[in-house]
Design a protein around this ligand. Structure first.
Ligand SMILES: NC(=O)N[C@@H](CC(=O)O)C(=O)O
Ligand SMILES: [Zn+2]
Ligand SMILES: [Zn+2]
Length: 343
């Protein structure tokens, strides 16, 4: 195949940051995607409808001239989030989901939830108004191996949560394991996003010839069997699995240090990366459902009507793109890509 044309996709898990960083990364996303679910883990986090309205205005102001883009906002759940805030969020229309971070699990999660049992009144309200819950699904216990944190979260927290709130719509974000795939397949009202890095790389990528911080994200890359389970899920045509890049920009200096930040930046070439992953198992015909249909269907939003085209062209991922401070290293910097989005 020399080119593929798809309904314009959306990104159902994206970090846009704020201020100068927002201005630097947003144009990459607006080139590829019509909409994105915007993560609320700013400093301080987006905790209220008022915070989300203000952040949304800053995003809208940063959209490049001539581009169409709709930010879909989320609220950051804390121990103190009230059911009233959920009702207000539902009424506000532009808030599409509530995000659960276990306190300390990932970037800017310090104000996340310390005990999931504390949130039942909020989950009750969410179930009632049909507001989706987005999960960073990892436990934070020091005693649990980093590579097992998603699996243990499913066993200890997600299965009981599902039983307490069977109608609550849940997205298990950035899934990384065969166990997560199996859970999602077996649970009603649960979907999952899958990132390009978890489809393309296994954990060897972090250690190839030395330590490679630009492959470090959370949940961490897993072994090859898990990558294969994710590829199978993403390319299965099952609407429970859809695109969420988790593009998470951190300036080079904050990645390349003794205690570097977690996150891969993929907004630059997200669709090219997904096309490579789908092509690797001869499943390009399944890309449109994953990238453009199942996300809006889950969120009960209309599918996009415009189209994009990817052409078979060889190009090299730049070593760096402009950002705040010392620039930003894209996922797979320096590597050759075989697809390119042309419009
Ligand atoms: N995925 C990451 O490794 N990092 C994300 C946070 C997150 O999605 O967990 C970030 O905001 O940097
Ligand atoms: Zn996360
Ligand atoms: Zn994320």
């Amino acid at each position: 195949m020399e080119s593929i044309t798809l309904t314009r996709p959306d990104d159902w898990h994206l970090h846009l940051r704020d201020g100068e960083a927002l201005k630097a990364v947003l144009p990459h996303t607006t080139k590829q995607f019509a909409r994105a679910i915007v993560m609320p883990n700013l400093k301080p986090p987006v905790r209220s409808v008022a915070d989300a309205a203000a952040y949304r205005d800053r995003i809208l102001a940063a959209i490049p001239a001539g581009q169409q883009f709709e930010p879909l906002m989320t609220l950051y759940l804390t121990d103190n989030t009230s059911p009233e805030e959920i009702i207000a969020a539902q009424a506000a229309q532009f808030v599409k989901a509530v995000k659960y971070y276990p306190a300390g699990a990932t970037t800017n999660s310090d104000l996340g939830v310390t005990d999931i049992g504390k949130c039942d009144r909020v989950f009750e309200a969410m179930q009632q108004v049909d507001m989706p819950l987005l999960l960073h699904g990892e436990v934070t216990d020091r005693g649990v191996d980093t590579f097992d944190r998603e699996k243990v979260f499913i066993e200890q927290h997600l299965i009981p949560l599902r039983q307490r709130f069977p109608k609550l719509r849940i997205v298990l974000e950035h899934i990384t394991t065969a166990e997560a795939v199996a859970f999602v397949l077996g649970a009603d009202n649960v979907a999952a996003t899958i990132t390009p890095q978890h489809l393309l790389f296994n954990r060897n990528a972090i250690f190839q010839g030395g330590i490679r911080p630009h492959f470090y994200c959370l949940p961490i890359l897993k072994r090859e069997t898990h990558r294969l389970a994710l590829i199978e899920a993403a390319t299965s045509g099952n609407p429970k699995f859809f695109l969420g890049t988790d593009s998470a920009p951190h300036e080079r200096g904050k990645k390349e240090m003794s205690c570097g930040c977690a996150g891969c930046f993929s907004a630059l070439h997200a669709m090219e990366l997904y096309a490579a992953a789908f092509e690797s198992v001869d499943a390009l015909d399944k890309l449109e459902g994953f990238a453009s249909f199942y996300g809006p269907d889950f969120y009960r939003l209309p599918r996009n009507s415009e189209q994009i085209t990817l052409k078979k062209t060889s190009w090299r991922v730049p070593d760096e793109v402009p950002f705040v401070g010392a620039g930003l290293v894209p996922l797979g910097a320096g590597e050759e890509m075989t697809w390119q989005m042309t419009g």
